[in-house]
Design a protein around this ligand. Sequence first.
Ligand code: BGC
Length: 765
Amino acid sequence: MKRLNIILAAVAACVGFVSCGGNAVEPAIPVDPEIEKAVEKTLANMTLEEKVGQMTEVAIDILGGWGPDGFTLDPEKVQNAIGKYKVGSVLNTPVVGQTPEKWQEIIGYIQDVSMKELGIPCVYGLDQNHGASYVMGATYLPQNINVGATFNPEVAYQAGQITAYESRAANCPWTYSPTVDLSRDPRWPRVWENYGEDPLVNAIQGSAAVRGMQGEDPNHIGPNNIAVSVKHYLGYGNPRTGKDRTPAYIPEYELKEKNFAPFKACVEAGALTIMVNSASVNGVPVHASKELLTGWLKEGLNWDGMIVTDWADINNLYTREGVAHDKKEAIEIAINAGIDMTMEPYDLEFTTLLIELVKEGKVSMERIDDAARRVLRLKYRLGLFENPNTPFENYPDFASEKFAQIATAAAEESEVLLKNENGILPLKKGQKILVTGPNANSMRCLNGGWSYTWQGHMADMFTEQYNTIYEAVCNKFGAKNVVLEQGVTYVPQGGYAEENAPEIEKAVRAARNVDVILACIGENSYCETPGNLTDLALSENQRNLVKALAKTGKPIVLILNEGRPRLINDIEPLADGVIDILLPSNYGGDALANILAGDVNPSGKLPYTYPRHQASLTTYDYKVSEETDTMEGAYDYNAVVSVQWPFGYGLSYTTFEYSNFQCSVEEFGADTELVFTVDVTNTGKVAGKEVVMLYSRDMVASMVPENRRLRAYEKVEIQPGETVNVALKIKGSDLAFVNTQGEWTLEPGEFRMQAGNQTLMLTCK
Ligand code: BGC
């Protein structure tokens, strides 16, 4: 076939990437002349020491200590960091989250010293990853993996709004969120921190979170909004080993086409800062990659935001990655690559060494000015020069009932019904229920990491007012109908995989007197490297528990409560029902009880592929050649993709039928607008929400095409018997791919489009 490829130089910017030195790109964030004037005026009066100080961020731990009244700042230490070293940013919580009042005190004091010593406000940053998760008493939203499972950008937007409001109530203007790494390896301990495996879902949900947190005008972040730091740029989510902070090897075409897409979408939504991947991609630590930091991000997107390192990652260039001889060389490499602010976090020597590097001519004054300018611009955009503090009394809705309802609804939309046989669900009223398994009675398990502490291990101490699964089931079905016998338990405050000696017999005995068993299994909380694993299977104790319970003949519903998909292929057949609640947080137990009772119709969909076998890990957009039929002849090329549940899978208590799938055109080019319409009918007896997904398959391409790619989605609520006509719009150029030369290309030929069970063919001319 004759190939007349359309190389999408002109449209590259709208589909994902523009190469450096190519067409001029509009600034990602509109330039505000007033802000630029103010930045230049401030910069003009600053010494080299002050500029380098603005590039430095330290951890709160080095500014104070713990005593009988909890954590308190040490005025001498604060004076040393800000007065002497001119530090412009502080981060983190001292071990455990603080009350809004305490944050007001801590950050307020730091702001006072900053304004007095430097005339420049400090920008304080916290990991507010699912709500203001380092602020005691704040409204916790479900973790991002759940927000992905809702396939509803409004949920991400509202979660962002609440997070921002409650952060400001604690006087904190900046967060290290949202996370839009693609979780393309189920072994990775950070799967749950982002919106799943797909670039489009991360782009749509992530950019909605950015708008929710920052508001609509990135130049003027209001008092109810905060600055985001989209992370972790780039390619963090599929390390070859499956372990945290280990090298990834991702072909450049895939990096551009998939990993870059959500960062680009977030930048276009106005993201003011970006945090860098701690590890290396294709042999180069991202903190040392001028191409990725300055080339792709700052120049390629014409983005004037600020790049911050991850935790101690400049040091890691010499201590771990082995690309620098010492700290000084590591600083030279990272700053010249495009880092604007270093999250140091404990050592102020960074400033001394960077000043030396400038004096020696190894880092230019121009680079220092560029970095300091980006930090100052952030502070002006945040309004911190005018209002360094946001007093608590201005936030009467902190932890309000209104926010709790939004968090509960978000959890309800995010829990995924994966199996429902023999009419097991909803549970019938009056049934006797055994609630069992290690996740049955724990707020720690529902929340996961980044909850009150980094590892989330102390969550049960601070969550008395919320309901565990057991408590929520008691409230819903009546305590007299519910028995708790866990059979397997985790070690309190232990590592995520630490279990006590099992007492399976006790659970089996309790099962004899009930009608149905809810086996609440999965993982305990973890975060980052402590969550690494060597075996993807669910723990042996937990699988043994389910096997023993199955022998009682009582019907079982598996409640999966886990940060990543643990293998359950040997116990799934023993259950009539399966609900994956992922990490739904403080209102997740109530949400589950509502679903179990049929008061809420589940509508979550898996945001990742749920694997069935250890050595058969894949993503839904695998290359077609991963799955080939048996060939005739001497060699058998047979390959099979076998998964437990596919990406996008999730059942409802009703059924939906698709019909009348159409497209506004039969032939298209790069600039054609394609409008797809499909009728979706609720053919069941209860109202339900359906995620209508549009997939494409490039039938023949010069690079092995993918099985399918998600191109658009929309969630709609449909009443029983009602038919809704859903329209999904894309541009022809959205069907392009990045070729081996790194160019976006749209090749003439056939595309198969799919919505539900409906397909149609289109031709690219
Ligand atoms: C994590 C980041 C986090 C940072 C600050 C790092 O260890 O990788 O996601 O934002 O710490 O707490």
